[in-house]
Ligand binder design. Structure first.
Ligand SMILES: *Cc1c(COP(=O)(O)O)cnc(C)c1O
Length: 378
C-alpha cells in the first residue's frame, strides 16, 4: 500500500481513471472516429509504456508522438499500431522516423522530399499533410492549398503514400467556438482544393477540447492528450477523472516562535507561534517555484499553506492547528485527501501555468506508482 512506500515523494498514476477518460472521449465522439492517443513527452510525464499498456486493450487507432525517438521507443515495446509523428522532425531524425515506420505529418515540400528519399520498395512510407490554419508552428499554409496540393500529389510514388490530412486548433479550450470554427472552415476550404478526394484521406483535427466539446470536429479520428491524463479542457466541457496524484512525506515538524523566518530570502515570517512541516519535495522534483507562499497541500485531510520559497528538495507548509502531524505523514500536492481535493488544474493555476506544464515538469526523480484494478497493483 501507498502508506508503506519507502520513497520520500512520488507520482500516482491511476490507470483505471485513464481508461475511464478514454471511454469518455469515445462516448463524446461516437463509435466511428478513431482515437489517436497522444503519448508524446512520455505520455505527458505519466510514462508512455504504462499508458500504452493500459490503452492497448481499448483499441485506439494509433499513438501520436512528437519525436522520432518517441516513436522508436514505442516500437521497442512492441507497438504495432500506427504511430503518427505530430511535430516537424529535424532533418537529422528522419532516418530514425522511417526505421520505426512512423507516419510523418508533413509541413513543406522539402520535408516531403526528404521523406521520399527515406522510402524504398522494402520500406514504403506514409505521410499525412499538416495544414496550418492559424497555429503557425507547422503545416502548409491553408491559403495556397491549390499550389502545394498538386506538388504533394506529384511527389507520391508506389513507396510514398499520402494517407491523411490534419490541422491543429489554437483555442479550442476557450469558451468561444468562433476561432475553432474559423480554423475548421479554412481547413475545409483547403482540402476542397486538393487534387485528392477527401474519402481517400484520413481527416483528423481535434485535440482533447475539440473532441469532447464538439462532435462536429471528430472527422475520421481525434487526437486527445491532456483529457486522457486528467486535465480539464474548460468549464463548459465534460470533466475528466483525475489520473495523477503527487504526494510527499513530511520529514520534520517543528513549533516556531513569532519572528521565525522560513526559506531563502526569508519571505515568510511567523507572526505568532506557528507549526511548520517540512515536506520532502521541491523544484528539483518539478514542483513550480511559483507555489512559494501561494500553494496549498493537504495534510491529514486538511489544507496547509506553503510558506516561504520552494527549495530544490524541500517545501515548508504551515500546519498550525492540524493536530497530530508527525514525520512520515503524507502531504498531497495534487490529488485527494479526505474531503478535500487539490486538482491538477487548481495547482496549475496557483503556479500561473497550465496542467500540461505541471505534468510534463514532474521529474524522473519522482517514481511513478500505478493504481490499476486490472492488474491489482496499487
Ligand atoms: C499535443 C497535441 C495534441 C493533443 O492536445 P491536447 O490538448 O493535449 O489534447 C493533438 N494534436 C497535436 C498535433 C498535438 O501536438
Amino acid at each position: 500500500m501507498l502508506e508503506d512506500l519507502e520513497t520520500r515523494a512520488w507520482v500516482e498514476v491511476d490507470l483505471d481513471a485513464l481508461r475511464a477518460n478514454f471511454h469518455k472521449v469515445r462516448s463524446a465522439i461516437g463509435p466511428r472516429p478513431g482515437i489517436i492517443a497522444m503519448v508524446k513527452a512520455d505520455a505527458y510525464g505519466l510514462g508512455a509504456e504504462r499508458v500504452v499498456r493500459a490503452l492497448e486493450p481499448l483499441g485506439p487507432w494509433g499513438y501520436g508522438v512528437a519525436t522520432a525517438d518517441e516513436g522508436a521507443a514505442l516500437r521497442r515495446i512492441g507497438v504495432e499500431r500506427p504511430i503518427l509523428l505530430c511535430a516537424p522532425p529535424s532533418p537529422q531524425s528522419l532516418r530514425a522516423a522511417a526505421e520505426s515506420r512512423a507516419i510523418l505529418t508533413v509541413s513543406d515540400m522539402e520535408m516531403l522530399w526528404r521523406w521520399r528519399s527515406a522510402a524504398s520498395p522494402d520500406r514504403p512510407l506514409e505521410f499525412h499533410v499538416d495544414i496550418d490554419t492559424g497555429m503557425g508552428r507547422a503545416g502548409f499554409d491553408w491559403r495556397d492549398a491549390h499550389a502545394w496540393g498538386a506538388a504533394v500529389k506529384n511527389a507520391c510514388t508506389d513507396d510514398l503514400m499520402w494517407t491523411g490530412v490534419m490541422t491543429h486548433f489554437q483555442n479550442s479550450d476557450g469558451p468561444d467556438d468562433a476561432p475553432t470554427q474559423l480554423q475548421w472552415s479554412r481547413f475545409n476550404d483547403a482540402i476542397a482544393q486538393l487534387p485528392v478526394s477527401r474519402e481517400d484521406l484520413m481527416v483528423h483535427v481535434a485535440n482533447s477540447a475539440a473532441a469532447v466539446k464538439w462532435r462536429d470536429y471528430s472527422a475520421d479520428a481525434v487526437r486527445p492528450g491532456i483529457f486522457l491524463y486528467g486535465g480539464s479542457v474548460g468549464a463548459d466541457a465534460p470533466a475528466p477523472e483525475p489520473v495523477v496524484s503527487v504526494r510527499a512525506r513530511l520529514v520534520l515538524v517543528k513549533d516556531v516562535p513569532p519572528g521565525s523566518t522560513c526559506g531563502y530570502g526569508a519571505t515568510h515570517v511567523a507572526r505568532n507561534w506557528e507549526r511548520w512541516g517540512t515536506v520532502a519535495i521541491g523544484y528539483g522534483d518539478g514542483l513550480p517555484r511559483k507555489l512559494g507562499n501561494r500553494g496549498t497541500m493537504l495534510v491529514r485531510g486538511q489544507k496547509a499553506k506553503v510558506v516561504g520559497r520552494i527549495s530544490m528538495d524541500m517545501t515548508v507548509v504551515d500546519i498550525t492547528g492540524i493536530p497530530e502531524v508527525t514525520a512520515g505523514d503524507i502531504a498531497t500536492i495534487i490529488g485527494s485527501d479526505g474531503a478535500f481535493e487539490m486538482s491538477l488544474d487548481e495547482v496549475a493555476s496557483h503556479a500561473e501555468t497550465i496542467s500540461y506544464e505541471i505534468l510534463t515538469g514532474l521529474r524522473p526523480r519522482l517514481p511513478r506508482v500505478e493504481k490499476d484494478s486490472w492488474t491489482g497493483s496499487s
